[in-house]
Design a binder for this molecule. Structure first.
Ligand SMILES: [Zn+2]
Length: 340
């Protein structure tokens, strides 16, 4: 009887618990080249590009935690039995680097981690201390979620918060064991990897989302990947160089590519997204400068500029309403010289 009850409870639980969504959706872009699009989660994971070489595999970016990188490794093993020998850090941010330790754990021999020299410096100087900041901040996050959960009455909200809580607790455990990997192969401007039929270019084309962003370019396949210097969401501005960024995007536009994958959002075909970003950054800076020049405070500038940007870009980015105000705040701080 007891067994029957537990079996019934198990069946009931299975009926109400939807199957966990996979962390990545794998989409072929060219022969042996795949986009791994990350499913949005409480703690963001970046996308990855998987490039199968003649003798090994190259992966662009490593997400926010080792368990996410391990989920991608499971997907890579379904595609090929070749070992991952090259991992790229497009830039130093946590959601692109913190899963790195999963790769030497899976393939301990001859693994190279590639980045610009600047990104290596940034991981050492900023990325590693940020792990500690996250570690100290997570208990507060968990406390907040528990508080919201206690007050929530809508079953859908409860389920979402329960999932967030599980993820937050899991993330805290992973942070405690995290060993950020420093790149082992760096360059200033460019580097070319030749592996038989595949040529991969690593290009630093100027400051953009950070001062070390690299572009991974397959000239023969006309495929381009990067981290957050171009993608499907609103640009993340916090460590950025907005004026340089526009010029860097102009340089990127000159590359001969047809398919593009950024760190967030989906795969793009053609160069339209570059035009959208150039236009957005140009308007953001021009409108913010204009408001600042009339003496507007940061909040007043957001109030003046947001409706103008909304009219033009609301449909260009899925997260526009949520994240556009922050871009104006960053632009105002930059224009006003307030770096706090
Ligand atoms: Zn990112």
């Amino acid at each position: 009887m007891k067994r029957l009850v537990s079996l019934l409870l198990f069946i009931a639980a299975a009926a109400v618990t939807p199957a966990a969504e996979p962390l990545f959706t794998i989409t072929p872009i060219a022969d042996g080249v795949y986009a791994a699009i990350s499913t949005p989660q409480y703690k963001t994971n970046c996308n990855a590009m998987i490039i199968v070489l003649d003798d090994s595999v190259l992966v662009v970016d490593t997400h926010s935690k080792p368990s996410a990188a391990r989920a991608l490794i499971t997907e890579i093993k379904k595609i090929t039995d070749k070992p991952v020998r090259f991992v790229v850090n497009t830039h130093f941010h946590w959601d692109h680097t913190q899963g790195g330790q999963a790769y030497p754990a899976a393939w301990p021999l001859n693994l190279e981690i590639i980045s610009s020299e600047k990104t290596r410096e940034n991981i050492e100087r900023v990325g590693i201390p940020r792990v500690k900041t996250q570690l100290l901040g997570m208990p507060k996050d968990i406390y907040r979620i528990k508080g919201e959960l206690a007050k929530a009455t809508d079953p859908k909200v409860q389920a979402k918060l329960q999932d967030d809580l599980k993820q937050a607790e899991g993330f805290l455990e992973e942070l405690k064991q995290m060993q950020l990997q420093l790149p082992t192969l760096t360059f200033e401007r460019s580097m070319i990897l030749r592996r038989g039929s595949r040529t991969v270019q690593f290009l630093f084309l100027g400051n953009a989302h950070t001062d070390g962003d690299i572009w991974v370019y397959l000239p023969k396949e006309k495929v381009l990947a990067c981290g957050d210097a171009l993608h499907g969401w609103v640009p993340f501005m916090s460590d950025s160089y907005p004026y340089d960024w526009i010029k860097t995007l102009e340089a990127v536009e000159k590359l001969d590519f047809e398919h593009f994958l950024g760190g967030h959002g989906g795969v793009f075909h053609g160069k339209e997204q570059i035009k959208v970003w150039k236009s957005f950054l140009t308007d953001l800076l021009a409108e913010t400068t204009q408001a600042y020049s009339t003496g507007a405070t940061m909040n007043e500038t957001v109030a003046q500029v947001l409706p103008k940007l909304t009219a033009k870009y609301n449909t260009s980015f899925p997260d526009f309403a949520q994240r556009a105000p922050g871009t104006i705040e960053k632009a105002w701080r930059m224009v006003s010289g307030d770096t706090k």
